[in-house]
Design a protein around this ligand. Structure first.
Ligand code: UD1
Length: 360
C-alpha cells in the first residue's frame, strides 16, 4: 500500500512523526512525505524534523506565506500533480492548518482516499480559520482518526458514517511520551526555578493592536510575581514591532525547538497560551494551563485536564494566576488513549485496509 503524508506547519510535525514510525514497521507499506512549505523558517520547521527524527521530506512544495486564499490555492495547485503522478492508495493529513484543508480538497476531487489524523475537534467558532479547515476536511475524509470521545460525537452529529470514525487517541502525545526524557535532560542553565511560559499567535489575539496591547499589559502584571518566558511566533514578533509595544519585563525569545520547549513546559509553574496543542500537552504533563481564548476545540482539556479558559479577561487571568501561586491550581487527569500508542492504532487501521475498496 502506497501512503502519502502531507504536512506543512509546525503543529503537524509532532503528529506525523509517530505515524511514519508506526507504519514503517508494517509489511507492504511504502511511504512518501510531502512538506508544503507553509512554515519555512528553520526554527519553525527544520529543527522539528531533526529533533523528532522525521526523514527529510521526499518533496518540498515551498508555498510560503500569503493570504488564506493564496496560500490554500497555492498548496492545491502544487499538490495536485504530485497526487496525479504518484497515485497513492491513501493520503494522510494532520491537524487543522491550511495545508490540511488544501490537500483534502485536492484529494477528494481526484477521487482519492484520505485519512484525517486529529479529526472531530470543534471550537464552534467559525471566525477561527482552523475551524473552517476542520469542518471541510472532516466532511471529505474517508478515515477519521479522533483523539477523544467528543470528536466522535461531533462527527456523528455532522452526519459522518460511524464506520469511518476510529478513536485512536492523541498522536501528539505519542511524540511527547517518547521525547520527554530527552527534553528533561536538556540543560537548565539560565532558566529560573519558577516561571510562566507564554505562547501567543492566534490572529484574534495578535493581529489587532488593542487586543495585543491588553494581553501584553496582563503579562507585565504576571511578571511582577513570576519570570515570564515568551518564545514568540514570527507573526507575533512582527506585530509587537509594528505596533511598537512594550515587552521590557518579558523574556521574549525566538520560537524554540521541540525538545527545548517541551522541557520548559514540563517544569513551568504555569503556561499561558492560545495554542491548541499546548492545551493538550499541559494536560498530559499536569501543568496548569491558562488559555487566552473564549473557546476551545479541545474541551476535554478543560473537563478532565488542567486547562482553564481565561479569554482576554485580565481579571480572570490574575485570579487564576493567584490560585496557581497559592498551590490551588486545578488538578487534572490524563484522558483515555493519550498513552503514547495512538499511532500504532492508526497503523492497525490503515494497514488492515488492504485495498482501495476497503477504504471506502
Ligand atoms: C499556522 C496555522 C495555525 C497553527 C500555527 C502554528 C493555519 C490557518 N494556521 O498559523 O493553525 O496554530 O501555524 O504555528 O494554517 N511566518 C514566518 N515564518 C514561517 C511561517 C510563518 O515568518 O516559517 C510568518 C509570516 O509572516 C506569515 C505568518 O507568520 O505570514 C503566518 O504564518 P501562517 O503559516 O500563515 O500562519 P500561522 O499564524 O503560522
Amino acid at each position: 500500500m502506497k501512503i502519502f503524508h502531507i504536512v506543512g506547519a509546525r503543529p503537524n510535525f509532532m503528529k506525523v512523526a509517530p505515524v511514519l514510525r508506526a507504519l514503517a514497521g508494517r509489511s507492504g507499506v511504502s511511504q512518501t512525505l510531502i512538506h508544503t512549505g507553509q512554515h519555512y523558517d528553520a526554527n519553525m520547521s527544520d529543527v522539528f524534523f531533526q529533533q523528532l527524527e522525521i526523514p527529510v521530506p521526499d518533496v518540498n512544495l515551498e508555498v510560503g506565506s500569503g493570504t488564506h486564499a493564496k496560500q490554500t490555492a497555492e498548496i492545491m495547485v502544487r499538490v495536485e500533480p504530485i497526487l496525479l503522478e504518484g497515485k497513492p492508495d491513501l493520503v494522510l493529513v494532520y491537524g487543522d492548518v491550511n495545508s490540511t484543508v488544501a490537500t483534502a480538497l485536492v484529494c477528494s476531487k481526484l477521487g482519492g482516499r484520505f485519512g484525517h489524523v486529529e479529526a472531530g475537534l470543534r471550537s464552534f467558532d467559525r471566525t477561527m480559520p482552523e475551524e473552517i479547515n476542520r469542518l471541510v476536511t472532516d466532511q471529505l475524509a474517508d478515515l477519521l482518526f479522533t483523539p477523544s470521545e467528543d470528536g466522535d460525537i461531533n462527527l456523528r452529529r455532522e452526519g459522518v458514517r460511524a464506520d469511518k470514525i476510529h478513536r485512536v487517541g492523541n498522536v501528539m502525545i505519542d511524540s511527547l511520551v517518547k521525547l520527554l526524557p530527552a527534553a528533561q535532560s536538556k540543560s537548565k542553565n539560565g532558566i529560573p526555578g519558577r516561571y510562566a511560559l507564554v505562547t501567543l499567535h492566534r490572529p484574534a489575539n495578535v493581529d489587532e493592536e488593542t487586543a495585543l496591547k491588553g494581553i501584553l499589559e496582563s503579562l507585565l502584571d504576571v511578571s511582577r510575581d513570576l519570570a515570564v518566558i515568551f518564545p514568540a511566533h514570527p507573526r507575533t514578533r512582527q506585530r509587537i514591532a509594528d505596533f511598537g509595544l512594550n515587552t521590557s519585563q518579558l523574556r521574549v525569545l525566538d520560537p524554540l525547538p521541540y525538545l527545548d520547549f517541551l522541557g520548559l513546559q514540563s517544569r513551568a509553574t504555569v503556561v499561558i497560551t492560545d495554542s491548541g496543542g499546548i492545551q493538550e500537552e499541559t494536560t498530559y504533563l499536569g501543568v496548569p494551563c491558562l488559555t487566552m481564548r473564549e473557546n476551545t476545540e479541545r474541551p476535554i482539556t478543560v473537563s478532565t485536564g488542567t486547562n482553564v479558559l481565561v479569554g482576554r479577561d485580565a481579571k480572570k487571568l490574575r485570579s487564576e494566576l493567584t490560585r496557581v501561586l497559592a498551590g490551588k491550581a486545578k488538578r487534572g487527569t490524563v484522558p483515555p488513549l493519550w498513552d503514547g500508542h495512538a499511532a500504532e492504532r492508526i497503523a492497525d487501521v490503515v494497514a488492515g485496509a488492504r485495498s482501495r475498496a476497503d477504504l471506502q
